[in-house]
Design a protein around this ligand. Sequence first.
Ligand SMILES: C[S@@+](CC[C@H](N)C(=O)[O-])C[C@H]1O[C@@H](n2cnc3c(N)ncnc32)[C@H](O)[C@@H]1O
Length: 220
Amino acid sequence: MVLAFTWCFFLMTAGGLKLWEGSIDLIKALSSDMQDGKLSFGGKRILELGCGHGLPGIFACLKGAATVHFQDFNAEVLQHLTIPNVKANIQKKFPYLTDVNEYRSIEADTRFFAGDWGEVHSILPFVSSDEIAGYDIILMAETVYSISALPSLYELIKKCGNSPHGVVYMAAKKHYFGVGGGSRRFISMVEEDGAFASSLVSEVADGSSNVREVWKLNLK
Ligand SMILES: C[S@@+](CC[C@H](N)C(=O)[O-])C[C@H]1O[C@@H](n2cnc3c(N)ncnc32)[C@H](O)[C@@H]1O
Protein backbone atom coordinates (compact mmCIF):
# COMPACT_ATOMS: atom_id res chain seq x y z
CA MET A 1 0.00 0.00 0.00
CA VAL A 2 3.01 2.31 0.32
CA LEU A 3 3.09 2.93 -3.40
CA ALA A 4 -0.63 3.60 -3.62
CA PHE A 5 -0.33 6.25 -0.95
CA THR A 6 2.68 7.68 -2.77
CA TRP A 7 0.61 8.02 -5.91
CA CYS A 8 -2.24 9.52 -3.92
CA PHE A 9 0.20 12.09 -2.55
CA PHE A 10 1.40 12.82 -6.08
CA LEU A 11 -2.16 13.39 -7.20
CA MET A 12 -2.92 15.65 -4.28
CA THR A 13 0.05 17.90 -4.90
CA ALA A 14 -0.33 17.97 -8.68
CA GLY A 15 -4.08 18.52 -8.75
CA GLY A 16 -5.41 22.06 -9.05
CA LEU A 17 -8.74 21.27 -7.38
CA LYS A 18 -9.18 20.91 -3.65
CA LEU A 19 -8.95 17.49 -2.15
CA TRP A 20 -11.05 17.39 1.03
CA GLU A 21 -9.56 16.02 4.24
CA GLY A 22 -12.37 13.48 4.62
CA SER A 23 -11.07 11.45 1.67
CA ILE A 24 -7.84 10.78 3.51
CA ASP A 25 -9.66 10.11 6.81
CA LEU A 26 -11.82 7.61 4.96
CA ILE A 27 -8.85 5.77 3.41
CA LYS A 28 -7.15 5.56 6.82
CA ALA A 29 -10.34 4.16 8.38
CA LEU A 30 -10.74 1.61 5.58
CA SER A 31 -7.12 0.58 5.92
CA SER A 32 -7.50 0.19 9.67
CA ASP A 33 -10.69 -1.90 9.34
CA MET A 34 -8.89 -4.11 6.79
CA GLN A 35 -5.96 -4.62 9.14
CA ASP A 36 -8.38 -5.55 11.93
CA GLY A 37 -10.09 -8.10 9.67
CA LYS A 38 -13.38 -6.15 9.66
CA LEU A 39 -13.34 -5.27 5.97
CA SER A 40 -12.31 -6.81 2.68
CA PHE A 41 -12.62 -5.40 -0.82
CA GLY A 42 -11.77 -8.67 -2.57
CA GLY A 43 -14.29 -9.33 -5.36
CA LYS A 44 -16.72 -6.69 -4.07
CA ARG A 45 -18.89 -4.12 -5.86
CA ILE A 46 -18.02 -0.61 -4.72
CA LEU A 47 -19.72 2.74 -5.35
CA GLU A 48 -18.04 6.02 -4.45
CA LEU A 49 -20.53 8.91 -4.25
CA GLY A 50 -19.45 12.55 -4.69
CA CYS A 51 -16.04 11.23 -5.61
CA GLY A 52 -14.11 14.31 -6.83
CA HIS A 53 -10.52 13.02 -6.95
CA GLY A 54 -11.83 9.52 -6.25
CA LEU A 55 -9.07 8.44 -3.87
CA PRO A 56 -11.21 6.12 -1.69
CA GLY A 57 -12.50 4.38 -4.84
CA ILE A 58 -8.95 4.07 -6.14
CA PHE A 59 -7.95 2.56 -2.81
CA ALA A 60 -10.75 -0.02 -3.22
CA CYS A 61 -9.45 -0.86 -6.73
CA LEU A 62 -5.95 -1.39 -5.40
CA LYS A 63 -7.29 -3.63 -2.64
CA GLY A 64 -8.99 -6.12 -4.92
CA ALA A 65 -12.49 -4.78 -5.62
CA ALA A 66 -14.11 -6.41 -8.65
CA THR A 67 -16.09 -3.31 -9.59
CA VAL A 68 -15.67 0.32 -8.63
CA HIS A 69 -18.20 2.86 -9.87
CA PHE A 70 -17.40 6.53 -9.35
CA GLN A 71 -20.21 9.13 -9.19
CA ASP A 72 -20.04 12.89 -9.23
CA PHE A 73 -22.44 15.67 -10.08
CA ASN A 74 -20.44 17.06 -12.98
CA ALA A 75 -19.28 15.08 -16.00
CA GLU A 76 -16.40 17.58 -16.29
CA VAL A 77 -15.07 16.60 -12.86
CA LEU A 78 -15.14 12.96 -13.87
CA GLN A 79 -13.48 13.64 -17.23
CA HIS A 80 -10.78 16.02 -16.11
CA LEU A 81 -10.05 14.88 -12.56
CA THR A 82 -11.42 11.49 -11.55
CA ILE A 83 -10.66 9.52 -14.71
CA PRO A 84 -7.07 10.80 -15.04
CA ASN A 85 -6.52 9.99 -11.34
CA VAL A 86 -7.89 6.48 -11.74
CA LYS A 87 -5.77 5.91 -14.86
CA ALA A 88 -2.63 7.20 -13.16
CA ASN A 89 -3.12 4.83 -10.24
CA ILE A 90 -4.66 1.76 -11.80
CA GLN A 91 -2.94 1.50 -15.15
CA LYS A 92 0.57 2.02 -13.81
CA LYS A 93 2.76 -1.02 -13.63
CA PHE A 94 3.42 -2.12 -10.08
CA PRO A 95 6.36 -4.46 -10.58
CA TYR A 96 6.72 -5.38 -6.93
CA LEU A 97 3.08 -6.38 -6.55
CA THR A 98 3.36 -10.12 -6.70
CA ASP A 99 0.43 -10.99 -4.46
CA VAL A 100 -2.49 -12.34 -6.49
CA ASN A 101 -5.07 -10.14 -4.77
CA GLU A 102 -3.03 -7.01 -5.37
CA TYR A 103 -2.60 -7.90 -9.03
CA ARG A 104 -6.31 -8.56 -9.47
CA SER A 105 -7.05 -5.10 -8.14
CA ILE A 106 -5.50 -3.57 -11.25
CA GLU A 107 -8.11 -5.48 -13.23
CA ALA A 108 -11.04 -3.81 -11.43
CA ASP A 109 -13.97 -2.82 -13.62
CA THR A 110 -14.13 0.97 -13.23
CA ARG A 111 -16.98 3.11 -14.55
CA PHE A 112 -18.00 6.72 -14.09
CA PHE A 113 -21.48 8.23 -13.66
CA ALA A 114 -22.48 11.89 -13.65
CA GLY A 115 -25.73 13.07 -12.12
CA ASP A 116 -27.59 14.46 -9.17
CA TRP A 117 -28.12 12.16 -6.19
CA GLY A 118 -31.88 12.51 -6.69
CA GLU A 119 -31.71 10.98 -10.17
CA VAL A 120 -28.45 9.11 -10.68
CA HIS A 121 -29.92 5.77 -9.54
CA SER A 122 -31.56 5.57 -12.97
CA ILE A 123 -28.16 5.06 -14.63
CA LEU A 124 -26.31 3.08 -11.93
CA PRO A 125 -26.05 -0.62 -12.87
CA PHE A 126 -26.39 -2.08 -9.37
CA VAL A 127 -29.45 -0.47 -7.85
CA SER A 128 -30.87 -3.11 -5.55
CA SER A 129 -33.97 -5.00 -6.74
CA ASP A 130 -35.39 -8.54 -6.72
CA GLU A 131 -33.12 -9.41 -9.67
CA ILE A 132 -30.02 -7.29 -8.98
CA ALA A 133 -27.87 -7.20 -5.88
CA GLY A 134 -26.80 -3.70 -4.93
CA TYR A 135 -23.32 -2.44 -4.10
CA ASP A 136 -21.49 -4.24 -1.32
CA ILE A 137 -19.70 -1.13 -0.11
CA ILE A 138 -20.61 2.53 -0.65
CA LEU A 139 -17.92 5.11 0.06
CA MET A 140 -18.45 8.83 0.49
CA ALA A 141 -16.26 11.62 1.80
CA GLU A 142 -17.45 15.15 2.58
CA THR A 143 -20.85 14.67 0.93
CA VAL A 144 -23.16 15.63 3.81
CA TYR A 145 -22.53 19.38 4.05
CA SER A 146 -25.75 20.63 2.43
CA ILE A 147 -28.92 20.07 4.46
CA SER A 148 -31.11 20.23 1.37
CA ALA A 149 -29.19 17.38 -0.33
CA LEU A 150 -29.24 14.98 2.65
CA PRO A 151 -32.63 13.33 1.93
CA SER A 152 -31.77 12.49 -1.71
CA LEU A 153 -28.32 11.24 -0.72
CA TYR A 154 -29.83 9.04 1.98
CA GLU A 155 -32.51 7.65 -0.35
CA LEU A 156 -29.77 6.88 -2.88
CA ILE A 157 -27.67 4.84 -0.46
CA LYS A 158 -30.80 2.93 0.58
CA LYS A 159 -31.54 2.13 -3.07
CA CYS A 160 -27.96 1.13 -3.92
CA GLY A 161 -26.89 -0.85 -0.86
CA ASN A 162 -26.80 -4.62 -1.16
CA SER A 163 -29.47 -5.86 1.26
CA PRO A 164 -28.85 -7.31 3.81
CA HIS A 165 -25.03 -7.10 3.78
CA GLY A 166 -24.42 -3.64 2.31
CA VAL A 167 -22.10 -1.29 4.15
CA VAL A 168 -21.60 2.47 3.84
CA TYR A 169 -18.47 4.26 5.00
CA MET A 170 -18.99 8.00 5.35
CA ALA A 171 -16.34 10.58 6.23
CA ALA A 172 -17.39 14.13 7.02
CA LYS A 173 -16.97 17.05 9.35
CA LYS A 174 -19.13 16.85 12.42
CA HIS A 175 -20.61 20.24 11.49
CA TYR A 176 -20.18 22.44 8.42
CA PHE A 177 -20.51 25.96 9.69
CA GLY A 178 -22.61 28.24 7.55
CA VAL A 179 -24.36 25.48 5.57
CA GLY A 180 -25.86 23.48 8.44
CA GLY A 181 -25.03 19.93 7.38
CA GLY A 182 -22.53 17.54 8.93
CA SER A 183 -22.03 13.95 9.99
CA ARG A 184 -24.21 14.32 13.09
CA ARG A 185 -27.11 15.80 11.15
CA PHE A 186 -26.88 12.97 8.60
CA ILE A 187 -26.60 10.29 11.29
CA SER A 188 -29.72 11.69 13.03
CA MET A 189 -31.61 11.18 9.79
CA VAL A 190 -30.22 7.65 9.41
CA GLU A 191 -31.09 6.68 12.98
CA GLU A 192 -34.57 8.15 12.75
CA ASP A 193 -35.28 6.12 9.60
CA GLY A 194 -33.93 2.89 11.08
CA ALA A 195 -32.83 1.10 7.88
CA PHE A 196 -29.14 1.11 8.93
CA ALA A 197 -27.26 0.45 12.13
CA SER A 198 -24.65 3.19 12.55
CA SER A 199 -21.31 3.11 14.36
CA LEU A 200 -18.54 5.67 14.74
CA VAL A 201 -15.28 4.34 13.27
CA SER A 202 -12.93 7.23 13.96
CA GLU A 203 -12.73 10.83 15.04
CA VAL A 204 -10.09 13.23 13.77
CA ALA A 205 -9.32 16.40 15.68
CA ASP A 206 -6.01 17.45 14.18
CA GLY A 207 -6.66 21.19 14.20
CA SER A 208 -6.63 21.51 10.41
CA SER A 209 -10.42 21.85 10.39
CA ASN A 210 -13.28 21.42 12.84
CA VAL A 211 -13.70 17.87 14.13
CA ARG A 212 -14.09 15.20 11.45
CA GLU A 213 -15.57 11.72 11.74
CA VAL A 214 -15.83 8.46 9.85
CA TRP A 215 -19.06 6.47 10.29
CA LYS A 216 -20.00 2.99 9.22
CA LEU A 217 -23.62 2.16 8.33
CA ASN A 218 -24.75 -1.45 8.07
CA LEU A 219 -28.01 -2.19 6.26
CA LYS A 220 -30.27 -4.11 8.64
C1 LIG B 1 -16.96 18.53 -0.89
S1 LIG B 1 -16.83 17.63 -2.38
C2 LIG B 1 -15.99 16.17 -1.84
C3 LIG B 1 -15.18 15.54 -2.96
C4 LIG B 1 -14.38 14.33 -2.55
N1 LIG B 1 -15.23 13.27 -2.05
C5 LIG B 1 -13.32 14.68 -1.51
O1 LIG B 1 -13.48 14.32 -0.33
O2 LIG B 1 -12.34 15.33 -1.85
C6 LIG B 1 -18.53 17.05 -2.56
C7 LIG B 1 -18.79 16.28 -3.83
O3 LIG B 1 -20.15 15.87 -3.87
C8 LIG B 1 -20.72 16.19 -5.14
N2 LIG B 1 -22.13 16.57 -4.93
C9 LIG B 1 -22.59 17.52 -4.12
N3 LIG B 1 -23.92 17.61 -4.19
C10 LIG B 1 -24.33 16.67 -5.07
C11 LIG B 1 -25.59 16.25 -5.58
N4 LIG B 1 -26.72 16.83 -5.17
N5 LIG B 1 -25.62 15.27 -6.48
C12 LIG B 1 -24.48 14.67 -6.90
N6 LIG B 1 -23.24 14.99 -6.45
C13 LIG B 1 -23.16 16.00 -5.56
C14 LIG B 1 -19.92 17.38 -5.64
O4 LIG B 1 -19.94 17.44 -7.05
C15 LIG B 1 -18.54 17.12 -5.07
O5 LIG B 1 -17.71 16.40 -5.93
